[in-house]
Every structure is written in structure tokens, then in C-alpha cells.
Design a protein around this ligand. Sequence first.
Ligand SMILES: *Cc1c(COP(=O)(O)O)cnc(C)c1O
Length: 457
Amino acid sequence: MKTIIEPFRIKSVEPIHFNDETYRQSAIEQAHYNTFLLHSNDVMIDLLTDSGTSAMSAAQWAGMMLGDESYAGSPSFYKFESAVKDITGMSIVIPTHQGRAAEKILFSILGAQGKVFISNTLFDTTRANIEFSGATGIDMICEEGKHPSIAAPFKGNLDIKLLENYIADHGSSQIAMVIITVTNNSGGGQPVSMDNIRKVHHICKKHGILMYIDACRFAENCYFIQQREAGYEHKDIKAIANEMFSYADGCTMSAKKDAFANIGGFLAMHDSNLAIQCRNLLVITEGFPTYGGLAGRDLEAIAIGLYEVLDPHYLHYRIRSIEYLTQKLHDAGVPVMLPAGGHAVYLDAKAFLDQIPPNQYPGQALVCALYTKGGIRAVEIGSLMFGKYDENNQLIPAPLELVRLAIPRRVYTQSHIDYVAEVIIEVFQNRESIQGLKIVEEAPLLRHFTAKLQPLP
Ligand SMILES: *Cc1c(COP(=O)(O)O)cnc(C)c1O
């Protein structure tokens, strides 16, 4: 088989700022060992997130010039609305400035003390917005999804038995909704099968529970369904997306992911009564319902991006590039989450740094090492992000200690990725020298964004 090439040529470039290890050591110290606090000019390869970091296409940039900035009723809105309706089949589309704004609106209305939101895995902002409403979030990831080294086709699936047992034990009246995250970002970017989505839909329908899709990476998930699930190999991505969304009552979306936009999101649904309440909140927090916190040009970029992401050549290259890096690392003995996910490579920091206990944040220690050794910025998805404290102020660790290398869409080439592999392998070979960290300052919610840490002696 021949090399799978990037399905684009490059028309405009940005420089990478080179620096050395001594410089980076002082930069990470000044950033309190938190890569979110680094200046991005001090980063050589930025794999912090795939959110809002995509390279837009020439068509999207051209679309931005067509953006109509009318306060109300802009044609850019109708173009955006029509794209979202076409792909999701939802009858009501509410633009928001990003995904979490859609979550905030929805959960402010449906969440409250005593309410429960069940998911395969809630993303960090999703969980935070649920908890902020007073409600509780419960993750019910399938067993395979809990083990980074077990290869299975759909490790993002929700555990159907757990969901049924929960309903049998607690009833359904307090369940605000079930949210399926596709792909499962916090669980390794692993896909959810159509069969699983359909089963969750049937259970929800039977018990009168709402089912929503956290759709940030819907196209990547649909590609995995096409490649891995029987009966879908001859369906195109759009048809698969249409079916997937047909099982949901609504969805939240960050257009900063699979819509190749630098900002944006939406909330879409069928329930017109709920939509009235959502729009009432929208006008006080985001803006008028035909722009929802976005400029007309952003709506244009999203409308175009939503179709570009359905291109099979793009998705083939996209998923292959994640698999390529995963394979290189795996071949060198580096503990990586298997199989490769949709948007990121996940290092298993627990296995990578088995000398560092969870309360010394092995994932964050690895993140810092990748930066100082190679100028690569990654993010911890482990006990710094999801850890809680018990009544004795002892850390309750997260189930997994992962380091995510999120690959921005259409941004880095194969040689950038080769360099990343070389750095990680070198860090792995010198892993004994890496030390744990302690937190010296933290916020009550989403602490990983701002926490300050110090290396342990
Ligand atoms: C990014 C993301 C969100 C939140 O979207 P923002 O645009 O960052 O606010 C929600 N859920 C998942 C799965 C995400 O990846």
C-alpha cells in the first residue's frame, strides 16, 4: 500500500519558534509546571488540543468574506442552520459561541440538585456545567474502555447493563438525560458503535429519558462506524451521521472540532418548548438567536466546514495520521492507548512512569518532560483533570492517568509527527529520571486549566 498523503496543499504558513532545552526549563518553571500557562510562542509542536486549532480551507476563508454581519436574520445564519439540519436532521438549531455555552444553556434548564446525567464519559466542561447546575454526572463506560492496552473496535460504548441496572435501582424520574459523547474524548477518542447508540436510544425511549449526543467529533465517529461496523461499509459518512443523530433528541456541538472552525458551536433539538427556554437564556448570555455569540463570518466557516469534514479522503488521512503515530510509539514499546482513537494519541502515563504514584500526578510529570525535552505541548487527562478529594482531603485518583497528544486538523505534516515520535521515544528511554509533582494552588472547578504545581524533590 502506498503512503496516505495529506489531502491538501499548503497555501499559507506560520513559523515555528525554535528554542532549546535550557530555555524551555525556565519557561515551564515560570508556567508553574502547567502547560496551559505557557506562552504558545514558546511551544514548537502544539498538541494541547484539537479545539479551534484547525487550519481552515481556502473555501472557508472565502466564505468568511461572504459573512453577513446583520444583527438579525443574516443569510450566513440560514446557511449555517441549513447545514446543521441537513447533517443532524434536528429541526431546531441554536448557535452558540462554543460547545460549553450550549451545555451551559441546556443544563441550566434541565439540571438541578438531585438530577442525574448519565454518559459514556462526560467531557470536562460538560461535567463541570452539569455539576454547576447542582446535578450529578455519572460515567458508564464499557469495560473495554477502562483498559488502555486492550484493543477493541468500540471502546467508547456506554455500558448498557450498567444503565439498565441504574434505572432498575433508581427509576428514571431523576435522570435528566443520557449523553453519548462521540468520539469519547476523555476516554481516549474511542468511537461509539451505531448498535450501542441504537440500544441506548431504545432504553431511553422505553423509560421516557432524553438522549443527547455530544457531537464534537461526529464525523470521526461515523468514519469508525463505516470502517468497523458490519452493515455500514457501503454507506457514506453523511448517511451514517443522519442515522446516528436520528436516535437522539438533541445534540450539543463544538464547531472548534469537526467543523474546522476556530470558534463556534451549537445546540440542536426537536423539542420546540425546550427550545423556547433555551433561546430565552441565549439572548441574555450569547446573543440574538440568529447569531448566538458568533460573527456572521464564523457561521459561514462552520457551514462550509461541516461538509468538508464528511470527505472520505480527509477522514481516511485524519484517522490514519493518529494511527501512524500510535503505531510508531507502540512499536518502540511506549505504553499507548490501543487502538488509536480519532483525534489524539494517548500515552498511558501510569505504565510510562510507574515509579510515580497518582497523587504525584504522573500524567502531568510526563507532560512537563515532553515540553522540556522536545518543545511539545500535550495535556494531562488524569488525576489533575478529574481527581477529587475525599473527606480527609486525600486524592481520589481518576481511573486512568493519560497524556493526550491532540492532533490539530490539517495543521502538521508527517515530518512533524515523526519528530514527535522521536521525542516521546527518547523521553521513554530516560523515564527513570522523571519526578512527580505536587499542586500548590488550584481552583474548585476545572482546576487543570489554572493549577500551579511544583516538582517534588
Ligand atoms: C471541546 C468539547 C466540548 C466543549 O466545547 P468547547 O467549544 O471547548 O466549549 C464538549 N464536549 C467535548 C467532547 C469536547 O471535546
